[in-house]
Design a protein around this ligand. Structure first.
Ligand code: SF4
Length: 345
């Protein structure tokens, strides 16, 4: 079923809008707001739609208010335990609040937050986490059902106050429970869903777990925003999320990179080259394909469909477009030549 649309700053999620990509700020906020804003611009450049910050105390709420006033992307305040911090963030102008029902405590505290959000026209995400369910649900055998019930306990409070701009997430570090909980919830309710596997792990295991869970949900048209939670950089979380969306047929704007793994025939270091051009490629908002090949065996021939390609060829590299060689040079100049050609398309 199509979900309700919810506005987070200038970004709309749900209601059939494209799935939004989120990441979470990885360190305590400092008063160096300028450097935070610069990093947010870089994250926006590679496709970040929404940024979430943990707000552990009132001081952080003041700092986050400053960030949200100037941020290029909508800012979400993530609150655990103390509802007063949520009130301070709302007053400070953040674009959305995320609360965890297992941690925020009594319903009246949640009601206070909802009333403040209503007055300021901002949405709230209820983030149910399989590892921190309300005490009454902690010993249940079926984790997916327990997560849905935790969401429903909270939902009652929101519906009682006629608050519509609510987004839910039902995350667990267990893939099956995450998938099942979201499937059950989406059959019953039209509230937008934020998807993720919580504490998914380091780069490779984290991406694999997230890909399995998220792509199966996305392909069933479940999910309005996603985050790939990694013990790694924000940038890699965003790149991984984009790749999941692209592989699931949901992100048409972005570069499809085809690259060789390298073998004994390689006369060009494709791995080093890719690292050098990755930032340029991730910023492109066009549906193009790029091929990076180590040798002529799989060069212009096998990658002839690429809009732009580069391959090792003896002591040189050749750059090709749609299979036709357009430039030749030394590997030392490969990055410069390739970026120039990229600019032309
Ligand atoms: S393109 Fe060439 S170097 Fe790369 S894996 Fe294939 S044969 Fe090996």
């Amino acid at each position: 079923m199509e979900t309700n649309s919810v506005k987070i700053g200038e970004k709309i999620i749900g209601g059939g809008f494209p799935i939004a990509i989120q990441t979470m700020w990885k360190s305590p906020l400092t008063d160096d707001i300028e450097s935070v804003l610069t990093e947010l611009e870089e994250l926006a450049d590679i496709g970040t739609d929404i940024i979430r910050f943990a707000v552990p105390d009132i001081e952080d709420a003041y700092l986050l208010s400053e960030v949200s006033k100037q941020s290029i992307i909508p800012v979400v305040a993530d609150i655990h335990f103390d509802y007063k911090i949520a009130l301070k963030c709302i007053e400070g102008g953040v674009n959305k609040i995320r609360i965890n029902p297992g941690n925020i405590g009594a319903s009246w505290k949640v009601e206070e937050v909802i009333r403040a959000a209503l007055d300021n026209s901002i949405p709230i995400r209820v983030g149910v986490n399989g590892g921190s369910l309300p005490s009454s649900l902690r010993n249940r055998d079926d984790l997916a059902e327990a997560m849905v019930e935790a969401a429903e306990m909270e939902l009652n409070v929101f519906e009682k106050l006629n608050f519509k701009d609510v987004v839910f997430s039902l995350k667990s570090s267990d893939i099956n429970s995450t998938v099942m909980a979201n499937q059950i919830f989406s059959k019953k309710y039209s509230y937008p869903l934020h998807l993720g596997v919580t504490e998914a792990g380091p780069l490779i295991p984290g991406i694999i777990k997230s890909s399995i869970a998220l792509s199966s949900l996305i392909k069933s048209n479940i999910g309005d925003t996603i985050r790939v939670s990694l013990s790694d950089t924000m940038k890699n979380e965003v790149i991984a999320a984009r790749e999941i969306l692209k592989s699931s047929g949901k992100d048409s704007l972005g570069v499809n990179i085809v690259s060789c793994p390298r073998c004994g025939r390689a006369s060009f270091n494709t791995h080093e080259f890719l690292l050098s051009v990755e930032n340029n490629l991730q910023k492109i908002k066009k549906n193009i394909s790029v091929a990076v090949m180590g040798c002529i065996v799989n060069g212009p021939g096998e990658a002839r469909h690429a809009d732009l390609g580069i391959t090792g060829s003896g002591d040189n590299v050749v750059i090709f477009r749609k299979g036709k060689i357009v430039r030749k040079g030394k590997p030392a100049n490969a990055v410069e030549m390739f970026i120039e050609e990229l600019g032309k398309i």
